[in-house]
Design a binder for this molecule. Sequence first.
Ligand code: BGC
Ligand code: BGC
Length: 727
Amino acid sequence: MGLMLLSVLFAVMAYATYANDIHLLLDKMTLGEKIGQMVQIDISYFMIPNTAKVNYTLMESYIRQYPIGSMLNSPFSGGPVEGKTGWTASEWRELMKDIAQIVKDNTKLNIPVIYGIDSIHGATFVKGAALFPQAINIGATFNPSIALSVGEITSKDTRAAGIPWIFAPVLGLGLQPLWARFAETFGEDPYLAAQLGASVITGLQNSEKYFGNTTPKKTAACMKHFIAYSIPQDGHDRSPVQLPDRLLRELYLPSFQAAIDANVLTAMESYQEVGGVPMVSSKDYLTNLIRKEMNFTGFLVTDYAEIENLHNWHMVSSTQKEAVLLAMQDTTIDMSMVPLDSTFYEYLYQLVQEGNVNISRIDESVLRILEVKKELGLFDMELDPAEDNSLTQSVGEQADWDVSLLGAEESITLVKNNVVNGQAVLPFSKGTTTKVLLTGPTANSSASQTGGWSIHWQGIYYEYEENKKVTVLRGLQTALTEANVVYTPGPALDATSTTGIDFTAITALAQDVDVIVVCVGEGTYAEKPGDINDLALPQGQIDYISELATLTGKPIVTIMIAGRPRLFHTAVSVSSAVLLAYQPGPLGGQAITEILLGTVIPSGRLPFTYPQDEGNVMIPYHHKYSDQCVVSTGFHSTSYIQCIPEWTFGTGLSYTSFVYSNLQLSATTINENQDITISVDVENTGNYDAKHTVMMFVYDLYRRVTPEYKLLKRSVLYFFVLYQKTN
Ligand code: BGC
Ligand code: BGC
């Protein structure tokens, strides 16, 4: 008896010691156990095909043979299975417990699996969790505290599902408007992306709000995609990138460095090649830059199937085995998102045995992975039922949805608001008695509002759960009553013309309305399936707006609901007011309605430069002085000017007005180590209390390396109440 008790105690102690000393654990590991840690497998590999059931027999025998360190994804990422759209937090926890049990029963060392998931704008794959506006909207809020809350709630809901690792945030800059992942960025500015990205990471990793003491951390963030994935030359997802070193350091690196400074625990590399070298085999970026220059000490995972892609897609290695060798030799990649077979494991095992990959290379990676597992408390994680319940019950709570609504309200950007008959078109002057003709392909689409990574990878393609969706149609009907809202769908999203639209009927419908609200834009997509060949809004949508304006003579309010800046062409000039909603989330229609009515004063600001024409794209506000366009000034006469976008970075109107005065500098010359204090008085001189972001740009007049036109250095969102003057 005494002896048995002793050995049980000893086992418990040994387990606890691993948590404190991962080197001790490493010493006990066989080569297979080490390589296993570096393997990440997609859960879909373990599913019984076309069912929502896990094949546990397969998982068990697989883990016995390959003691893998990680799994990812949701079986529902491709769409509903067996009529189910996703797992609840409790259902996820069952899976996590089952995996933990299988690891315990079938591996000698019982090293916990780290499960990773794409909780992109909220816990995408946890049923019932709040979904937030996409990152581009968070960019438009200019509000780090919203980014922080989004991170905290996303962490809470993901951890409620028992999942400790989140593949977010995206830290690439939104500079290439064609790119299908534009909406996943915070926009084109390095300062803004760094500030908001670090706030999301702090929310994800240090959410004391929900977890109290956050040692160990509850979820790990993953900065992605390292690096410069967001600027494909041809605009297509995963296409080659040119990356001059100076631009890398000035523009693309700061957001990632801010993430490292915020202690981000993991990183993901990216799909594209740079100057002929795939990122996944790049010594420059994945060894020298990320580790030596930027001092990233967390673990680095590949993107999906990227090592395989060295052979299949990048054409740099003639065999899969050579692909593994390349990635191991040239980079510091720690984990391969394999994701659907055991080839990475097998080849790496052979490469070490043959002496082509040194065991010290493997040990380094395994230690980095074990360190993160330790920081997340996975070694001593008991799935405590009490914690389960409180977290599970909080998934999708009202407070979370309030943040989603606030994010939509603060992001929607008013870019045009004409005065018609002596009165600004917005907000509606007749308030809730306004009569509206509502039309357009995104007017009643929660799929357009939520975009990709919503319930499923490509987004929802059916209507969202009733109680949490507010399309523009529903928002207006609720606020103005159904009697005051006439609705007709208008052209399809991809209409190339207005042929077939009954304008006689629509003109009749418009007869007694005060205003026409047209919602245009895009459907839902994610990653490469969202590639387009033309940045313009489909011609049918553009023509529809013009024809409505000409035929009805009513003021037109155009609302763009799209994940990237689809070109308006003639649609701006015929509209009396224009709102950019980006992808404002399930409650976007409510936020839009509030702004139309003036119950919310718009404060969103464009986080990127909105191009006007096909040729003049990728000219961000921080372009060079010599980026110039030509205008005709008469017969055979031209002049060169700064190119004119549709709207520049930072554009965003309000219903009130602000006056800036009394700019003061604490010094007029400083050296590079000195601080400077800059102040300005800002007064709300209009008629409404309102939020407003004050931005500070700097520029160099002359510089040996050509200066940016200007560059944002600080921005702060304030709430300005009206200031009553007493004389
Ligand atoms: C995407 C990543 C994502 C990964 C895992 C990839 O296709 O590029 O952003 O985290 O899949 O789902
Ligand atoms: C052109 C040259 C030309 C020169 C003199 C420049 O603007 O770029 O091609 O030879 O003018 O006319």
